[in-house]
Design a protein around this ligand. Sequence first.
Ligand SMILES: [Cu+2]
Length: 317
Amino acid sequence: MSDACCGPSRAQPDLLRIGSRAEPATEAPVQQVGQVQQVQQVQQVGHVRPPAEVLRGMVRVPAGPFRMGGEDPDAFPADREGPVREVDVAEFHIDAHQVTNRQFATFVKATGYVTEAERFGWSFVFERLVAPGARVLAGGVPGAPWWRAVDGASWRHPGGPGTDAGRLGQHPVVHVSWADASAYAAWAGKRLPTEAEWEKAARGGLDQARYPWGDELEPQGRPRCNIWQGEFPHAPAGRVGTMPVGSFAPNGLGLTDVAGNVWEWCADWFDETRAGRVMRGGSYLCHESYCNRYRVAARTSSPPDSSTGHLGFRCAV
Ligand SMILES: [Cu+2]
């Protein structure tokens, strides 16, 4: 199983041509400096926020150890979910829901922040969600033919020009890179959760359950998360794409959508190669028949500058 399934990279071979078109080598260092300046700027804006305002909409996760990881026979070995180990985590707070388009729009309005997808000029969109008439720069990546590099796709235009995040205010923001998510977090007086924090919160107080709510995918026949319905990637049996945050019941700690809807960036590197940052939780594209990474122990990664229509984040403090 390739990482490209869930985390396609801007640098994948058949996309190099696009990368060089959108980002000439002479401009690359300038862009990086711009990104750093943007982050410093938003940090200054964020530091004046009163604690009560920062903690609004967050849940407290008490200090203490939990059993992290899993040894599920269905897991992809390369993901390194195991072995199960006890991890001690200090008290922290975490957003009850994924950061929404409305919240991200407030940040952009306050800071003038420009996301990496907007700088590159394109982002990855799932084939069925590409806006009619949008220009597709490249179709498919190795191991994941359903991704389209779409000209003008960004958090503002999740399916490309003609689609409007303004109409999706309560949906999770998508097409944000790791730096974009970190910049938002800094502005909000927060940070990205560590992977251990994310998993402890997502488990909702349960020990080694398969999902954030227990071991059964649909207890009493009721869906508990926004994942792919039907056979992937063809013939969806239901709707496809993001849903408003909190559309399903929260876990034991009050967190919603820790399985499905969109993947969430974590602070950590995925492994010692430092090629990608950790993503957790799975998305509306995950399905048992193909990618079962909506299990609570599942993990994958994306290069930090990548962005897709199924990857967002929540913050911690
Ligand atoms: Cu998946």
